[in-house]
Design a protein around this ligand. Structure first.
Ligand SMILES: [Zn+2]
Length: 190
């Protein structure tokens, strides 16, 4: 039995620029205070240094999410959905709901698809759903680890991957002084 709850937005989902909740949809720029939206953030992780770098972050309103997803090929959408149905394990989320936990570190502590602990990843993405200034605690928030991102990238068509990467390059261009050590980041929009 699932019972969801809305709570104050944890600061990990705040804008890294303002240190406050993200105010606008990345695409249509509408104010988010009255709508439902999602936030995705991607990080490079350096477990040996006990640190991570934010790669990109954005909030997208429900409406824009729908229209973005309609850009995926039918085949890719089905492949992503099937991968989720087969692999997603929300038992951690359900347990934390039962415990009434709002400890965001626990919610994001392991990948819902591969089970890999966040502390062992080289890269990960976090997701949450929001209503105005509140966050939904249900099957979200969750974390996706590098191994699962790699699997999803393999599943989607070249056309869809091209679309995802164009989206990334348009909104999150790599630094000008691109170092050869700066790795190409795979991007998945779920
Ligand atoms: Zn929007």
């Amino acid at each position: 039995m699932s019972s969801y709850t809305f709570r104050e937005i944890p600061s990990i989902f705040y804008s890294s620029e303002t240190g406050a909740p993200i105010e606008q949809c990345l695409l249509c720029e509408r104010e988010l205070k009255d709508c439902t939206y999602l936030i995705e953030k991607a990080y490079s992780n350096y477990p040996e240094l006990n640190t991570s770098d934010l790669i990109w972050e954005y909030a997208i309103c429900q409406e824009c999410t729908e229209s973005l997803k309609s850009e995926y090929s039918e085949e890719s959408r089905r492949a992503i959905d099937e991968y989720f149905i087969t692999h997603a394990d929300f038992s951690l989320q359900q347990k934390l709901i039962e415990e009434g936990s709002q400890n965001i570190e626990q919610w994001l502590s392991k990948c819902i698809l591969s089970g890999k602990p966040r502390s062992e990843t080289r890269q990960y993405q976090i997701y949450g759903y929001f209503l105005g200034d509140l966050m939904l605690f249900d099957n979200t928030p969750f974390m996706i680890a590098d191994d699962a991102i790699d699997e999803i990238v393999k599943l989607v068509s070249n056309k869809t991957l091209g679309f995802m990467n164009d989206f990334r390059d348009k909104h999150f261009p790599p630094p000008e002084d691109l170092s050869p050590l700066f790795p190409e980041k795979d991007f998945v929009l779920l």
